[in-house]
Design a protein around this ligand. Structure first.
Ligand code: ZN
Length: 153
């Protein structure tokens, strides 16, 4: 495992649409493991593969509940409600924005064993899922934010 460099700001790869993972190879597992290590090293709660320069549909999330989610080809299949909360992004350090998101989402994905999984989430997990799946489409916090705030540190 290795900590990878996080792509930031105007890096073009952040605006690319990531491609579907066709086969879960050892390389894909390595990328997932590097993504988790990189996310934890920055105390992040989610990371998409294009943030480490890999334009594939891979996401890791850990909202600090001791549960690491590894999602392959995640897709939002249902959503409802709307709420605005403050978000940050490891690719935009120092920037916080108020972003409208659905309050509840249902996501389908594959796990590393290739099994289809279905997640129903609300609150923070729903928000992180939407933020990370947005990354796979090249949609960024800075595009979604309706207002920006200064970070206090
Ligand atoms: Zn982000």
């Amino acid at each position: 495992m290795a900590i990878r460099m996080i792509r930031k700001g105007n890096d073009e790869i952040l605006k690319e649409k990531a491609s579907q993972v066709k086969e879960i190879t050892p390389n894909i597992i390595n990328i997932l493991e590097d993504m988790a290590e990189t996310m934890y090293s920055k105390e992040g709660i989610g990371l998409a593969a294009n943030q480490i320069g890999v334009p594939k549909r891979l996401v890791v999330i850990d909202i600090q509940d001791g549960n690491l989610l590894e999602l392959i080809n995640p897709e939002i299949i249902d959503q409802e409600g709307k709420e605005v909360e403050i978000e940050g992004c490891l690719s935009f350090p120092g920037i916080l924005g108020e972003v409208p998101r659905a309050t509840r989402v249902v996501v389908e994905a594959f796990n590393r064993e290739g099994e289809k999984i279905k997640l129903e989430a609300n609150g923070l997990l729903a928000r992180v899922l939407q933020h990370e799946i947005d990354h796979l489409e090249g949609n960024l916090l800075v595009d979604r934010a309706v207002r920006f705030l200064e970070e206090d540190n």
